[in-house]
Design a binder for this molecule. Structure first.
Ligand SMILES: Nc1nc2c(ncn2[C@@H]2O[C@H](COP(=O)(O)OP(=O)(O)O)[C@@H](O)[C@H]2O)c(=O)[nH]1
Ligand SMILES: [Mg+2]
Length: 325
């Protein structure tokens, strides 16, 4: 499960967005964390086809830290997998592009501070020792970039360098998405046209309604899919994740895996035994399965493929893993 930190300037609507996404009231005090299902209509369709007793979705956790980018907040955001940057695009004085730039500057400064102390430590350790030299070089390069007010993602890092940097939980290396908190019914602001436009206030208002009432009200404002769906889809893209499914009489379930993962790696998401004892995967594409009307039907139609250890799992694959431990 991935953790998404909600970052933004004060009063940009972070907590409102958090309540809307997680359908939970916002309590004060410590950080608010909520785990939500990744919306995926395919789960219900497969469960119906295979008459599953249970369904389960992939999950993500949203983290809203009261007080925002304080030392405590920064420490919490360092532990997340991706950042959802919220900028205010409602109100006459809104300047979402400038807000995003100043947010990014804050993240760069936070990374600069932690990398700076890393450089100092590595310098002391490195005296005459080659082992620490590579580490020091990476940190110095990172420092140079941040000092020039650029995010770490602008640098070129090999796997060793990435490993060193990730030890610091750098904020500017995390994948991010930008949410423009807009006036009800508005699209993304012209200055940030690839941001996801969401009216947090409107979405928070519909969060307590039934799905039907919510979509009706949202549709009235020209909003076709709920904020949660759009935010999660964008996070999946930013994190380079795909969804595969499992189905059967017991359960239909959606799982998240890194794009490019092999069948045994995907099996490992389900259970480590399935990866260790992986023999083969039987695979049917979601659309083929729905068209065939059942797993057995897909098999009879020749739509079931038997794949080995090197198979790279695709979005929407339905897997049966054969294993022995
Ligand atoms: N008009 C309008 N007001 C909003 C919207 N989202 C949040 N607000 C208001 O802006 C203020 C700050 O929101 P909040 O979520 O607490 O911001 P945070 O400091 O980023 O957590 C509150 O008074 C909200 O009611 C929105 O989409 N439209
Ligand atoms: Mg707040």
């Amino acid at each position: 499960m991935k953790d998404i930190g909600i970052v933004g300037l004060p009063y940009s609507g972070k907590s409102t967005l958090f309540s809307a996404l997680t359908r939970s009231g916002v309590a004060g005090g410590r950080s608010n964390q909520a785990v939500v299902d990744v919306p995926d209509p395919r789960v219900a369709v497969l469960a119906d086809i295979e008459r599953s007793k249970k369904v389960a979705h992939a999950k993500v956790r949203f983290v809203d830290v009261p007080g925002g980018l304080t030392a405590q907040g920064i420490a919490e955001f360092r532990q997340t997998d991706a950042l959802c940057m919220v900028v205010r695009a409602f109100g006459d004085d809104a300047d979402p592009k400038a807000d995003l730039a100043s947010l990014e500057a804050e993240l760069v400064l936070a990374d600069l501070a932690s990398i700076e102390s890393g450089v100092e430590k590595a310098r002391k350790k490195a005296k005459g020792k080659d082992v620490v030299k590579g580490e020091l070089e990476t940190l110095e390069r990172a420092h140079e970039l941040l000092d020039a007010e650029r995010p770490l993602r602008d640098g070129e890092w090999d796997d060793d360098a990435l490993k060193i940097l990730k030890g610091y939980g750098p904020l500017t290396l995390k994948p991010w998405i930008v949410v423009a908190n807009v006036e009800e019914g508005n699209g993304p602001p012209p200055s940030l046209d690839d941001a996801i436009a969401i009216s947090a206030a409107l979405e928070a208002e519909v969060a307590g309604m039934s799905d039907e009432d919510a979509s009706e009200l949202l549709a009235g404002f020209g909003v076709e899919s709920p904020g949660l769906d759009r935010v999660i889809a964008a996070c999946y893209r930013a994190l380079d994740l795909i969804t595969f499914l499992t189905t059967g009489e017991d359960e239909t379930r959606a799982w998240e895996v890194r794009r490019g993962a092999t069948a045994p790696e995907a099996a490992g998401v389900i259970h480590s035994d399935l990866q260790r004892g992986f023999i083969r995967a039987e695979v049917v594409g979601y659309d083929d399965l729905v068209a065939a009307g059942s797993w057995d039907g897909a098999k009879a139609n020749g739509k079931l493929r038997v794949e080995g250890k090197d198979y790279v799992v695709k979005e929407g694959d339905v897997l049966h893993v054969r294993f022995a431990v």
